[in-house]
Design a protein around this ligand. Structure first.
Ligand SMILES: C[S@@+](CC[C@H](N)C(=O)[O-])C[C@H]1O[C@@H](n2cnc3c(N)ncnc32)[C@H](O)[C@@H]1O
Length: 106
């Protein structure tokens, strides 16, 4: 698959300058997280930032850089249960992640 260029030049610069340190997130998935975070911050939603399921910190690095580049004074908290992901159910939306093996995280 050909890599996309994010529409937001600040996010494009962040994607270009930062290594993805694990195979758990694609650049497209990280771009979505950053784009939605940027929209939330621009909308003036108050409060600190919490990442649930940070694992080894792949997305954490990108979010931390985005917050740093914006000069955000908010605190950034990251957590992980290290118990893997629960099975998806009928209420879950979006494609399954067929190649992901939960065994190392359980
Ligand atoms: C696909 S990995 C996340 C990858 C990570 N965000 C990254 O950027 O590399 C999913 C993680 O979510 C964690 N997790 C699943 N359910 C959780 C919960 N209820 N609370 C906290 N962490 C959870 C798992 O232990 C696993 O480490």
């Amino acid at each position: 698959m050909e890599a996309r260029t994010p529409a937001d030049p600040r996010i494009a610069a962040l994607m270009d300058s930062t290594e993805i340190i694990s195979g758990m997130m694609t650049s497209e998935q990280i771009e979505i997280v950053l784009t939605e975070l940027e929209r939330t911050l621009e909308a003036g939603v108050p409060g600190d930032i919490v990442e649930l399921g940070c694992n080894c910190g792949t997305t954490t690095i990108f979010i931390a850089k985005l917050l740093e580049r914006r000069g955000e004074p908010r605190e950034y908290h990251v957590y992980d249960s290290f118990r893997g992901l629960p099975s998806s159910g009928p209420g879950d939306q979006g494609p399954e992640w067929p190649d992901w093996d939960p065994a190392p995280w359980q």
